[in-house]
Every structure is written in structure tokens, then in C-alpha cells.
Design a protein around this ligand. Structure first.
Ligand SMILES: [Fe+2]
Length: 191
């Protein structure tokens, strides 16, 4: 199956001042598009063309893995952004409270893990196979599916291309603002 670049679920200026239209246009229209296009060109003749993207994540290696995983991770990231976070649905909030104590403790842990994720990578909220939630860092293109950690629910992109034009080296501020632009309804639908 050919991977497809999904359109942004909002206008290019809708997340300002959290993410500028310039960052969003480059991040979605250049970085994300290049991962999708390169993955599709490498998939041709790889023998993995007919798999779902989740299956590809556990089978692909090398440059094909990097591009398929970056395509998956970016789709997962952009899909759950919104202009202003709605209230966290009860089902998700109950799991967050059971796993972390309360919402504030979770968001502080998520922020600390994202700030401490050395170099380029991703910080995830993951539902493990026993139903417990955890916050996990992955380097480069890796993700919870490729590493067998469980089901991803939320991700923040901490590659510098995601925030450098707007925040320079202030990753902590970017992640703090990110947490005010999460579509918790969409995240809850991933449980
Ligand atoms: Fe990115």
C-alpha cells in the first residue's frame, strides 16, 4: 500500500502563537511529505508493500524503516493537535489518574521526559499491554510499535525542526505550550 500524506486537520495559522504558519508549512509540507515520498519509493520492490503501516514498522529495516516510521510518527503528531485543548474525557482521565496519580503529575512527567530526550526523537504517552499508561522516549524514528512497548496514544515531536523557528533552544516552552494544544478527544479515541 502506498503511504498517503494526510492534510492538516486545521489551517496553517490556527495554532499560532504556539506553532507559526511558517513552521507548520515547512514541517508538514516539506519534512513530513519527504518522509512519505521517500518511504513510497523505497517500498517499491521491498516485498512489504502490501502490509499495513503498523506491520511495516515491525518489519522494515534501515532507510525504509526510518522513512516509514517518520511518516507514521508525523501523522500521529499532527492528527492530535488543535487550536485549544478540550477537557480530557473521563475514560482517559481515569487511566491517567490510575497510572500517574493526577493530570498535573502526568503533564509534568511528560514535559520532563521530553526536555530530557537527548538529541532528535519523540516523547510518547503509551498504553502498555497490561493497560497501564507510561511516558516513553524514543530516539530518531523509533516508536512504541517498532519497539514493542504497547499502543501509542500521544506523541510530541522533539526534533528541532518542530520548534526551532519559533522557540530556538527553548524546548521546555515548546512542550509546555504543546500540552495546551492536544486534542484529548482524539487521544481518548486511541485507547
Ligand atoms: Fe518532525
Amino acid at each position: 500500500m502506498n503511504l498517503v500524506l494526510p492534510p492538516l486537520p486545521f489551517g496553517p495559522s490556527d495554532l499560532e502563537p504556539f506553532i507559526s504558519a511558517k513552521t507548520l508549512t515547512f514541517h508538514h509540507g516539506k519534512h513530513f511529505k519527504t518522509y512519505v515520498d521517500t518511504a513510497n519509493s523505497l517500498l517499491h520492490g521491498s516485498g512489504l508493500e502490501d502490509l499495513s503501516i503498523e506491520e511495516m514498522l515491525t518489519r522494515a529495516q534501515g532507510p525504509l524503516f526510518n522513512n516509514v516510521a517518520q511518516a507514521f510518527n508525523h501523522g500521529f503528531y499532527f492528527e492530535a493537535l488543535c487550536a485549544a485543548s478540550p477537557a480530557v474525557p473521563e475514560a482517559l482521565l481515569g487511566k491517567i489518574n490510575a497510572s500517574f496519580g493526577d493530570m498535573l503529575t502526568f503533564t509534568e512527567l511528560f514535559r520532563q521526559k521530553a526536555v530530557g530526550n537527548f538529541g532528535s526523537g519523540w516523547t510518547w504517552l503509551v498504553e502498555s499491554f497490561d493497560g497501564k499508561l507510561s511516558v516513553e522516549n524514543t530516539p530518531n524514528a523509533a516508536n512504541p510499535i517498532s519497539l514493542g512497548l504497547g499502543k501509542p496514544l500521544l506523541v510530541v515531536d522533539v526534533w528541532e525542526h518542530a520548534y526551532y523557528l519559533d522557540y530556538q533552544n527553548r524546548r521546555a516552552d515548546y512542550v509546555k505550550d504543546f500540552l495546551g494544544h492536544v486534542d484529548w478527544n482524539l487521544v481518548a479515541s486511541r485507547l
